[in-house]
Write a protein that binds this ligand. Structure first.
Ligand code: SF4
Length: 309
């Protein structure tokens, strides 16, 4: 298994080297906006699928080839806190890279109520937990959680995390048109944010294609919500830094590895790989002809998707 993908241009983390710890798609949720597809195993049982020897070897190889990485982010194609002993994973990353890169963990917050999970995450530099709903009703509608996970557990887990975690916490709120974007919701989010007390609140929009038909809130509404929640809040906008040159023995393998984790536009791929668009287009055509990749149009943008799930 490949445990790493990218570095990819992340809208929040600059050039982010993604770490994928769980098989696709083991998750505690089955969010309506999920870009990876339907959850194949909805579970809260933590396990240890990573082979540490391979993990370290792959990381060394990637670090050797890439000069530009802003963050190493544990996220991937499922919920990363389902992996046991995240402290060992984070320590291994830090040790292998000689502490050169900050480590971020992107989580759906579902297991933060467990003291053990919070203790393991203490080794990270940044935690990006999500809070998709301000009410119980929209929580079930948006996240479709495993049955033991409640809205209350999510909130309590986030509050406890803030009390114990010494690094930065950037709380992500995914706004979905008609579900969690009302003014009443915005005031409820404001009250929750006050209790959780993150360093930043990032309003995000479901810009990548998912299986479900979902809509964006109007931009004016997003700005209103930002104002209501308060000064720590920002709207996550498209981010691309200058493409870095990245040399790869097999560009098609790199494309496949990237698309296995997330759909991408031609521009996403070109910027992540530091490759010319025309050259990448030719490679994509070959993958399309072999039905390894397919195209999906979402919000008038053409996304390439790994087709062999
Ligand atoms: S938590 Fe993340 S991986 Fe899991 S279903 Fe939601 S968006 Fe997908």
């Amino acid at each position: 298994m490949n445990y790493f993908y990218g570095p990819v241009p992340s809208r929040r983390l600059g050039f982010s080297l993604g770490v994928n710890l769980t098989p696709q798609k083991y998750c505690t949720f089955d969010c309506i906006y999920c870009q990876i597809g339907k959850t194949s195993k909805k579970t809260v049982e933590r396990f240890f699928p990573v082979n540490m020897e391979n993990f370290e070897r792959q990381l060394k190889e990637i670090i050797r080839k890439n000069q530009k990485i802003d963050y190493i982010s544990i996220s991937g194609s499922g919920e990363p806190t389902l992996h046991k002993s995240l402290d060992l994973i984070i320590d291994t990353i830090k040790h292998t890279t000689q502490n050169k890169y900050p480590v971020a963990v992107i989580t759906n917050s579902s297991l933060l109520y467990q003291k053990e999970v919070r203790k393991e995450l203490a080794r990270a530099d940044l935690i990006v937990p999500s809070l998709d709903a301000a009410t119980k009703k929209s929580f079930y509608k948006i996240d479709k959680p495993q049955k033991s996970i409640t809205f209350k557990k999510i909130i309590n887990g986030l509050i406890a995390l803030r009390k114990e975690f010494k690094g930065k916490i950037w709380l992500e709120i995914m706004l979905i048109g008609g579900i969690n974007d009302s003014i009443a919701d915005a005031y409820k989010f404001k009250a929750l944010v006050k209790k959780i007390n993150p360093d930043k609140v990032q309003l995000n929009l479901p810009v990548r294609p998912s299986g479900a038909k979902i809509s964006f809130p109007e931009y004016a509404r997003v700005k209103q919500i930002k104002k209501i929640i308060g000064p720590k809040t920002e709207i996550v906008s498209s981010f691309y830094k200058q493409a870095q040159k990245r040399f790869s023995a097999s560009i098609t393998q790199d494309i496949i590895r990237y698309l296995k984790v997330r759909p991408a536009t031609l521009i996403d791929l070109a910027k992540s790989m530091g490759q010319d668009k025309t050259y990448l287009e030719k490679q994509l055509k070959k993958l399309l002809a072999k039905s390894i990749v397919k195209i999906k149009t979402h919000n008038n943008k053409k996304y390439f998707i790994y087709a062999q799930r």
